[in-house]
Design a protein around this ligand. Structure first.
Ligand SMILES: CC(C)(COP(=O)(O)OP(=O)(O)OC[C@H]1O[C@@H](n2cnc3c(N)ncnc32)[C@H](O)[C@@H]1OP(=O)(O)O)[C@@H](O)C(=O)NCCC(=O)NCCS
Length: 215
Protein backbone atom coordinates (compact mmCIF):
# COMPACT_ATOMS: atom_id res chain seq x y z
CA UNK A 1 0.00 0.00 0.00
CA UNK A 2 1.41 3.42 -1.02
CA UNK A 3 1.64 6.01 1.72
CA UNK A 4 0.21 9.15 0.18
CA UNK A 5 0.37 12.86 0.92
CA UNK A 6 -1.81 15.45 -0.80
CA UNK A 7 0.04 18.72 -1.34
CA UNK A 8 -2.50 21.54 -1.06
CA UNK A 9 -5.26 21.50 1.54
CA UNK A 10 -7.79 23.76 -0.20
CA UNK A 11 -10.90 22.82 -2.16
CA UNK A 12 -8.89 21.05 -4.83
CA UNK A 13 -7.10 19.06 -2.14
CA UNK A 14 -10.38 17.96 -0.58
CA UNK A 15 -11.70 16.97 -4.02
CA UNK A 16 -8.53 14.96 -4.49
CA UNK A 17 -9.16 13.19 -1.19
CA UNK A 18 -12.56 12.20 -2.64
CA UNK A 19 -10.69 10.53 -5.49
CA UNK A 20 -8.35 8.71 -3.11
CA UNK A 21 -11.35 7.43 -1.15
CA UNK A 22 -13.14 6.38 -4.36
CA UNK A 23 -10.05 4.50 -5.56
CA UNK A 24 -9.48 2.90 -2.17
CA UNK A 25 -12.88 1.34 -1.61
CA UNK A 26 -12.47 -1.73 0.58
CA UNK A 27 -9.04 -2.52 -0.95
CA UNK A 28 -7.13 0.42 0.55
CA UNK A 29 -4.79 1.03 -2.39
CA UNK A 30 -3.41 4.13 -0.67
CA UNK A 31 -2.70 4.84 2.97
CA UNK A 32 -3.60 8.55 3.08
CA UNK A 33 -1.38 10.20 5.68
CA UNK A 34 -2.71 13.76 5.39
CA UNK A 35 -2.28 17.13 3.72
CA UNK A 36 0.71 19.44 3.61
CA UNK A 37 0.27 23.11 2.76
CA UNK A 38 2.48 26.18 3.08
CA UNK A 39 -0.43 28.63 3.06
CA UNK A 40 -1.99 30.27 6.09
CA UNK A 41 -5.60 30.13 4.85
CA UNK A 42 -6.35 26.43 5.33
CA UNK A 43 -9.83 25.79 6.72
CA UNK A 44 -9.01 23.35 9.51
CA UNK A 45 -12.66 22.79 10.32
CA UNK A 46 -13.34 21.48 6.80
CA UNK A 47 -10.36 19.13 7.11
CA UNK A 48 -11.47 17.96 10.54
CA UNK A 49 -14.91 17.12 9.15
CA UNK A 50 -13.15 14.86 6.63
CA UNK A 51 -11.03 13.29 9.36
CA UNK A 52 -7.98 14.47 7.44
CA UNK A 53 -5.01 15.96 9.24
CA UNK A 54 -2.95 18.93 8.13
CA UNK A 55 0.51 17.56 8.84
CA UNK A 56 2.43 20.78 8.27
CA UNK A 57 4.23 22.58 5.47
CA UNK A 58 5.65 21.11 2.28
CA UNK A 59 9.07 20.93 3.97
CA UNK A 60 7.76 17.90 5.86
CA UNK A 61 8.11 15.84 2.68
CA UNK A 62 11.88 16.31 2.72
CA UNK A 63 12.22 13.49 5.25
CA UNK A 64 8.92 11.68 4.92
CA UNK A 65 9.02 8.59 2.74
CA UNK A 66 5.65 8.94 1.03
CA UNK A 67 4.30 9.42 -2.47
CA UNK A 68 2.48 12.62 -3.32
CA UNK A 69 0.05 14.39 -5.61
CA UNK A 70 -0.11 18.15 -6.01
CA UNK A 71 -3.70 19.35 -5.70
CA UNK A 72 -3.04 22.95 -6.68
CA UNK A 73 -4.72 24.50 -9.71
CA UNK A 74 -1.84 26.67 -10.87
CA UNK A 75 0.43 24.90 -13.34
CA UNK A 76 3.39 27.10 -12.49
CA UNK A 77 2.96 26.32 -8.79
CA UNK A 78 2.86 22.62 -9.61
CA UNK A 79 6.05 23.01 -11.64
CA UNK A 80 7.89 24.66 -8.73
CA UNK A 81 6.69 22.11 -6.20
CA UNK A 82 7.45 19.19 -8.49
CA UNK A 83 11.03 20.40 -8.91
CA UNK A 84 11.48 20.72 -5.14
CA UNK A 85 9.86 17.40 -4.26
CA UNK A 86 11.67 15.49 -7.00
CA UNK A 87 14.98 16.88 -5.73
CA UNK A 88 14.09 15.39 -2.33
CA UNK A 89 13.54 11.99 -3.95
CA UNK A 90 9.78 11.96 -3.56
CA UNK A 91 7.80 10.14 -6.26
CA UNK A 92 4.44 11.44 -7.53
CA UNK A 93 1.57 9.05 -8.16
CA UNK A 94 -1.31 9.48 -10.58
CA UNK A 95 -4.90 9.30 -9.37
CA UNK A 96 -7.67 8.31 -11.75
CA UNK A 97 -11.21 8.41 -10.35
CA UNK A 98 -13.05 5.12 -11.00
CA UNK A 99 -15.74 7.12 -12.82
CA UNK A 100 -13.18 8.59 -15.23
CA UNK A 101 -12.24 6.83 -18.44
CA UNK A 102 -8.74 6.32 -19.79
CA UNK A 103 -9.07 4.31 -22.97
CA UNK A 104 -6.34 2.85 -25.18
CA UNK A 105 -2.69 3.80 -25.64
CA UNK A 106 -2.83 6.68 -23.22
CA UNK A 107 0.53 7.50 -21.72
CA UNK A 108 -0.23 9.40 -18.55
CA UNK A 109 2.66 11.30 -17.02
CA UNK A 110 3.36 11.07 -13.29
CA UNK A 111 1.30 13.05 -10.81
CA UNK A 112 -1.87 13.23 -12.92
CA UNK A 113 -5.18 13.90 -11.21
CA UNK A 114 -8.09 12.70 -13.33
CA UNK A 115 -11.44 13.43 -11.72
CA UNK A 116 -14.89 11.89 -12.10
CA UNK A 117 -16.36 12.02 -15.60
CA UNK A 118 -13.11 12.99 -17.34
CA UNK A 119 -12.36 10.98 -20.47
CA UNK A 120 -9.19 10.48 -22.49
CA UNK A 121 -9.59 8.35 -25.60
CA UNK A 122 -6.77 6.89 -27.69
CA UNK A 123 -3.11 7.57 -28.47
CA UNK A 124 -2.72 10.49 -26.06
CA UNK A 125 0.52 11.51 -24.36
CA UNK A 126 0.51 13.75 -21.30
CA UNK A 127 3.35 15.32 -19.35
CA UNK A 128 3.84 15.60 -15.61
CA UNK A 129 1.08 16.58 -13.19
CA UNK A 130 -1.86 16.90 -15.59
CA UNK A 131 -5.10 18.01 -13.96
CA UNK A 132 -8.16 16.88 -15.93
CA UNK A 133 -11.13 18.11 -13.96
CA UNK A 134 -14.78 17.01 -13.94
CA UNK A 135 -16.06 15.91 -17.37
CA UNK A 136 -13.09 17.26 -19.29
CA UNK A 137 -12.52 15.24 -22.46
CA UNK A 138 -9.42 14.72 -24.59
CA UNK A 139 -9.82 13.04 -27.97
CA UNK A 140 -7.46 10.95 -30.08
CA UNK A 141 -3.81 11.70 -30.85
CA UNK A 142 -3.32 14.70 -28.55
CA UNK A 143 -0.07 15.69 -26.89
CA UNK A 144 -0.31 17.56 -23.60
CA UNK A 145 2.79 19.10 -22.03
CA UNK A 146 3.78 19.23 -18.37
CA UNK A 147 1.52 20.89 -15.77
CA UNK A 148 -1.49 21.26 -18.08
CA UNK A 149 -4.81 22.12 -16.38
CA UNK A 150 -8.15 21.25 -17.95
CA UNK A 151 -10.91 22.77 -15.85
CA UNK A 152 -14.39 21.20 -15.69
CA UNK A 153 -16.12 20.58 -19.00
CA UNK A 154 -13.19 21.41 -21.28
CA UNK A 155 -13.32 19.58 -24.59
CA UNK A 156 -10.11 19.01 -26.52
CA UNK A 157 -10.65 17.57 -30.02
CA UNK A 158 -8.24 15.24 -31.84
CA UNK A 159 -4.63 16.02 -32.80
CA UNK A 160 -4.35 19.02 -30.48
CA UNK A 161 -1.04 20.03 -28.92
CA UNK A 162 -1.09 21.84 -25.57
CA UNK A 163 2.22 23.31 -24.39
CA UNK A 164 3.58 23.14 -20.85
CA UNK A 165 1.48 24.92 -18.21
CA UNK A 166 -1.47 25.56 -20.52
CA UNK A 167 -4.66 26.19 -18.53
CA UNK A 168 -8.07 25.83 -20.17
CA UNK A 169 -10.90 27.56 -18.31
CA UNK A 170 -14.14 25.88 -17.48
CA UNK A 171 -16.16 24.88 -20.56
CA UNK A 172 -13.51 25.85 -23.12
CA UNK A 173 -13.48 24.00 -26.44
CA UNK A 174 -10.47 23.44 -28.71
CA UNK A 175 -11.16 22.22 -32.24
CA UNK A 176 -9.06 19.55 -33.86
CA UNK A 177 -5.46 20.00 -34.88
CA UNK A 178 -4.78 23.27 -33.06
CA UNK A 179 -1.69 24.12 -31.02
CA UNK A 180 -1.73 26.22 -27.87
CA UNK A 181 1.64 27.56 -26.78
CA UNK A 182 3.21 27.07 -23.37
CA UNK A 183 1.94 29.06 -20.34
CA UNK A 184 -1.14 30.26 -22.20
CA UNK A 185 -4.51 30.54 -20.45
CA UNK A 186 -7.73 29.97 -22.36
CA UNK A 187 -10.71 31.72 -20.79
CA UNK A 188 -13.83 30.03 -19.56
CA UNK A 189 -16.23 29.23 -22.40
CA UNK A 190 -13.75 30.12 -25.15
CA UNK A 191 -13.72 28.32 -28.48
CA UNK A 192 -10.25 27.90 -29.91
CA UNK A 193 -10.36 27.73 -33.71
CA UNK A 194 -6.88 29.12 -34.47
CA UNK A 195 -3.49 28.24 -33.02
CA UNK A 196 -2.78 30.35 -29.93
CA UNK A 197 0.67 31.76 -29.16
CA UNK A 198 2.60 30.97 -25.98
CA UNK A 199 2.27 33.12 -22.88
CA UNK A 200 -1.05 34.82 -23.60
CA UNK A 201 -4.56 34.83 -22.19
CA UNK A 202 -7.10 34.20 -24.94
CA UNK A 203 -10.87 34.57 -24.49
CA UNK A 204 -14.07 34.52 -26.48
CA UNK A 205 -15.57 32.88 -29.54
CA UNK A 206 -13.39 32.54 -31.46
CA UNK A 207 -10.66 32.83 -28.82
CA UNK A 208 -8.26 35.73 -29.33
CA UNK A 209 -5.50 36.94 -27.01
CA UNK A 210 -6.28 39.83 -24.66
CA UNK A 211 -3.91 42.57 -25.90
CA UNK A 212 -2.71 43.56 -22.44
CA UNK A 213 -1.95 39.96 -21.42
CA UNK A 214 0.76 39.26 -24.02
CA UNK A 215 3.87 38.18 -22.17
C1 LIG B 1 -9.62 34.43 -18.88
C2 LIG B 1 -9.39 34.74 -17.41
C3 LIG B 1 -8.21 33.90 -16.89
C4 LIG B 1 -9.04 36.21 -17.35
O1 LIG B 1 -8.88 36.60 -16.05
P1 LIG B 1 -8.26 38.05 -15.75
O2 LIG B 1 -6.89 38.11 -16.28
O3 LIG B 1 -8.46 38.33 -14.30
O4 LIG B 1 -9.14 38.99 -16.68
P2 LIG B 1 -10.20 40.12 -16.29
O5 LIG B 1 -11.25 39.58 -15.39
O6 LIG B 1 -9.43 41.33 -15.88
O7 LIG B 1 -10.88 40.39 -17.72
C5 LIG B 1 -10.19 41.03 -18.77
C6 LIG B 1 -11.15 41.21 -19.92
O8 LIG B 1 -11.45 39.93 -20.49
C7 LIG B 1 -12.85 39.66 -20.41
N1 LIG B 1 -12.97 38.24 -20.04
C8 LIG B 1 -12.46 37.63 -18.96
N2 LIG B 1 -12.72 36.33 -18.98
C9 LIG B 1 -13.45 36.12 -20.10
C10 LIG B 1 -14.02 34.95 -20.65
N3 LIG B 1 -13.87 33.76 -20.06
N4 LIG B 1 -14.68 35.08 -21.82
C11 LIG B 1 -14.81 36.29 -22.43
N5 LIG B 1 -14.28 37.43 -21.94
C12 LIG B 1 -13.62 37.34 -20.79
C13 LIG B 1 -13.38 40.59 -19.33
O9 LIG B 1 -14.75 40.88 -19.51
C14 LIG B 1 -12.50 41.80 -19.52
O10 LIG B 1 -12.95 42.53 -20.62
P3 LIG B 1 -12.97 44.14 -20.61
O11 LIG B 1 -11.52 44.55 -20.43
O12 LIG B 1 -13.53 44.48 -21.94
O13 LIG B 1 -13.82 44.51 -19.45
C15 LIG B 1 -10.64 34.42 -16.54
O14 LIG B 1 -11.67 35.36 -16.72
C16 LIG B 1 -11.19 33.04 -16.80
O15 LIG B 1 -11.99 32.79 -17.72
N6 LIG B 1 -10.73 32.07 -15.96
C17 LIG B 1 -11.14 30.71 -15.99
C18 LIG B 1 -11.74 30.35 -14.64
C19 LIG B 1 -12.00 28.86 -14.48
O16 LIG B 1 -12.07 28.10 -15.40
N7 LIG B 1 -12.12 28.45 -13.26
C20 LIG B 1 -12.35 27.03 -12.98
C21 LIG B 1 -11.83 26.67 -11.64
S1 LIG B 1 -12.27 24.99 -11.30
Amino acid sequence: MDRLIIVGAGGSGRETLDIVEAINGPDRVFEFLGFVDDGDAVDLDLLRRRGAPLLGGVELLRDLDAAYVIAIGSGSARRALDAKLSAWGRIPVSLVHPAASIASEVSLGPGAIITAGAKLTTNIRTGRHLHANLHATVSHDCVLGDYVTLNPGVHVAGNVILGDEVTCGIGAVIIQGRTIGARTTIGAGAVVVHDIAPGVTAVGVPAVPLPDRMR
